[in-house]
Design a protein around this ligand. Structure first.
Ligand code: PHE
Length: 433
């Protein structure tokens, strides 16, 4: 049998996982949730949710993936033949389809904004650009179509590697651009209010719904509960120190999101934009920031910014479509072309509904992030904590007992008890509340 291809070196693993994790979740979704859920208090709850729930699930997926060397369905079959956990595979097929449908709509908005940046739209007063886009029925649908076709083409041509090479440039670029935007935003007169909003927590704002949103966002941002990280981890070589490279990626994802929050919020207060307005926040705020820069600087930065946002969104959408395609190819014997086109068309159609009806968009957004992804994550954590033997888990996370021996005990406790109880507890609070 052909030996399964493996990532070489830490950088390749981290890049592929980070490529999936870092995307619209960090840049678009996190800032608007911060605005909707009361600022600094939400950020604190988010950090706790990452540490106690999401990062343990991230490591659980890594353990399952590398131990089994296959994607979700195969992994469950190999590690626990005949157990009911095989149904976890099903969750990981349904969720990415629903998730990608609204993700692609936002991806489409980014395409639109890249084109607008190229025509120097953001060097002038840009108030109302987003409203204008949404008031058109066809423009957002057209852009969503372009984004979805782009995603499918990358998968069909098998040029994922090429895209990943591209990511090596655009991801650091995006990081640097965001830092520039943060620094520039802080120099705007009146930015202090925004900073205060981000660092002074008002603990009375923490409600069950804030906690649910923080948990959902943590899973969304780290690509959890859909089998993506699990599948990538199946390509990681045995010598790699999972705890450090995977854990490091998760922490980096968290940092990226907080930074993106600092890029948006001060300008929101300067421009008098409503922080709680929802999904349009980024698309209202960044054009304002660019319009305040000197014209050619604003032009260059806006083009580079939306270009790198688009690439970040694509590396995430590819990883989402790939889960379903891999399932149809490996489990159902469908050809790769048919699987990609069929699934892509289904996602596209649901996306059109999202684009036409804000209610459908919001419903799917919350269904996926607040329920389906944490549910998938719950199954993975329980699988590692209760179904696999502790010796196997230790073997994976400590590289055969040679590394992270003390940290392992903490992580194992989080995986076995804290993450499952935490996720279940939040579900119950919502259901009973
Ligand atoms: N984590 C991605 C983002 O932040 C979204 C995603 C979720 C990608 C699940 C793959 C799987 O944009």
């Amino acid at each position: 049998m052909k030996k399964r291809e493996q990532f070489t070196g830490r950088l390749a693993v981290v890049l592929a996982m980070a490529g999936s994790a870092i995307g619209l979740g960090n840049i678009w979704r996190f800032p608007y949730l911060v605005g909707q859920n009361g600022g600094a208090a939400f950020i604190l709850v988010y950090i706790v949710a990452c540490a106690l729930l999401a990062i343990p699930v991230f490591l659980s997926e890594c353990v399952i993936g590398r131990r089994s060397g296959s994607s979700t369905f195969g992994a469950m079959r190999k590690l626990a033949p005949g157990s009911n956990y095989r149904w976890a595979g099903l969750v990981t097929v349904i969720t990415p389809v629903l998730l990608l449908s609204f993700y692609s709509v936002v991806g489409g908005w980014s395409v639109d904004y890249l084109l607008k940046a190229c025509t120097l739209r953001f060097t002038q007063d840009s108030a109302g650009v987003f409203e204008e886009l949404l008031s058109s029925t066809w423009e957002p649908i057209f852009m969503h179509t372009a984004f979805m076709v782009g995603t499918a083409i990358v998968i069909l041509l098998g040029v994922k590697k090429g895209i990943e090479r591209f990511t090596k440039v655009t991801m650091p670029l995006l990081f640097i651009l965001i830092i520039i935007i943060v620094v520039f935003g802080l120099t705007l007169p009146g930015a202090g209010k925004g900073v205060e909003y981000l660092v002074k927590p008002d603990f009375t704002k923490i409600t069950p719904s804030v906690i649910t949103s923080a948990m959902g966002q943590a899973f969304f941002s780290m690509s959890l509960g859909v089998g993506t990280i699990l599948t990538y981890a199946s390509y990681v070589s045995k010598e790699e120190n999972l705890m450090v490279s995977a854990g490091g990626t998760a922490v980096f994802d968290l940092l990226f999101a907080v930074l993106a929050g600092f890029a948006v919020m001060p300008a929101v207060f300067v421009a008098g934009i409503q922080p709680g307005q929802g999904p349009g926040l980024l698309f209202d705020t960044h054009p304002y920031i660019f319009s305040q820069m000197s014209p050619w600087v604003g032009a260059v930065i806006s083009i580079l910014f939306f270009l790198s946002v688009l690439v970040a969104a694509l590396t995430s959408s590819i990883s989402l479509l790939e889960v379903g395609v891999a399932y149809l190819v490996e489990e159902k014997g469908v050809s790769r072309t048919k699987a990609t086109i069929g699934l892509g068309a289904l996602v596209w159609a649901i996306g059109v509904a999202c684009s036409l009806r804000g209610g459908v968009f919001d419903f799917l957004d919350h269904l996926c992030s607040d329920w389906l992804m944490p549910f998938g994550g719950l199954l993975f954590a329980m699988f590692v904590g209760w179904k696999m033997s502790k010796a196997d888990v230790r073997d994976e996370l400590t590289n055969g007992g040679t590394r992270n021996r003390i940290l392992f005990n903490v992580v194992y406790f989080l995986i076995r008890y804290i993450a499952p109880i935490g996720i279940l507890g939040i579900f119950l609070t919502i259901l009973l509340g």
